[in-house]
Design a protein around this ligand. Sequence first.
Ligand code: ASP
Length: 340
Amino acid sequence: MAENVNKSVLIIYTGGTIGMKNTEMGYTPAPGFFAEAIREIEDMARPEFPSWELYETSPLLDSSNMSVREWNKIAEVIYENYERYAGFVVLHGTDTMAYTASALSFILGGLDKPVVLTGSQIPLSEIRSDGRENLITSVLIAAEGVVREVCLYFSGRLLRGNRAEKMSSDGLHAFDSPNYPPLAEVGIDIRYNRAALLKRSTEGLTYNPFSEVPIGVLKVFPGIQFGLFEEIMTERLSGIVLETFGAGNIPGGATELLPIIRKAFAAGSVITVCSQCPSGTVTLGAYETSASLKGAGAVSGKDMTTEAAVAKLYHLFSLGLDKSEIKSLMEKDLRGELSE
Ligand code: ASP
């Protein structure tokens, strides 16, 4: 990679549909295949287009196979090349893109350059691919340097990474951030919503990789037999995200789950309450069915997505903080992931 090419953008290809090849076994990423497809985009070779370089991670993955190791690796590539580039584009599968965007937003602190995640629903090598526009606009946003945070660009909208969620498995408008306005809308121009952007950081970039923290997500449903989960809701799970109804409500007259939560909490787990509703916030205590959750030791995930809550638990436990500090930080805004 070249030294000090200030206006250059580093494109990190990690796998995902955008660079996949159609094989007898279905779509799969293949080394070098994306590098060939990108060379065929003539606009990316025009003199007025920002200069860019490609970095391909190994192995390339369908994003359903992404794990803590890959999140750390992507963040490390950005951290190590930070001074050499104006911004970064991370090409990623759409399935877990919102998780990776959330994870990167916590692993990398003090960002002062854009890190834009994007991908596509149709591979770049196919007719009607949405990858071309997603990629070109993401590189422009990364080169421009207006945003200074981890964000996700897809089908005309730039979203805060740790507020984004995949909303459609087959629509081209696959992402949204129901609890936070888009950071930019892309039409003829890229119109930034400057009031919504994170403020400039003067701290300097930090890299705090995640450890393999045991985390669980439990989605409640009518008729759930909480007793079955007693075995797993123990100190073996450091962090638990409880996906509840509406504003933080649980079924079972709260009597079944509360003793389990109390026990898990006493054993050291941090239980964060998120909502199954994509939009709106958790307000523990708004209803009788949620009031006791707080008393049992659970914390409110407020309007955080499950993806952000999972990444935040990884982050705080990986920092080695004690449980009471983690509990209090879960309810505080650290990277724009929740509204206080
Ligand atoms: N399964 C693919 C992935 O997440 C889907 C996509 O990229 O759209 O890697």
